[in-house]
Design a binder for this molecule. Sequence first.
Ligand code: FES
Length: 177
Amino acid sequence: MANSAVPEQKPDRETPKFSNEAKKKFDELLTRYDSKRSALLPVLHLAQDEFGSLSDSVVEYVAELMDLSPAQVTEVVSFYHMYHRHPVGQHHLQFCMTLSCWMAGSHQLYKNTCSRLGIKPGEVTPDGKFSVAKVECLGSCGSAPIVQVNEAYYENLNPEKLNRLINSCKEGEPQTP
Ligand code: FES
């Protein structure tokens, strides 16, 4: 006999959903802001931590939660380099390509790294440890060239220092070279 109490389910197998713990954090975040929209940046961080990246389906999920359109959320996600549209490695290396860093050799450092790790932007090394990206000015132009690894900056780099930095990542945690 059919159970009329079964709730209607959307047949979208890709639809992400916060875990209970993440949902609790989401509810708590909303209490800190006057409007839902103001909580968008931390909610995006939460979603990225929860789902690994902000794919189209995650963006749609966040948009629904925040009473925004997917286009509005996508606009914010695309603006900030700390949000990732694709899965990234355990150590996400972001190379600043703006003028001061470029002139100090960031492009060559980036090329060397892609070649050493055998990846290009949007790819992750087979062991899941590394991914790379080119980004715009990180706001520390006086210490060019800069690489950001996850949340931390590594400044005044040269090929040798960068190699040591990557070696330390391979061994566990990035160390200032
Ligand atoms: S140009 Fe690279 S930090 Fe500003």
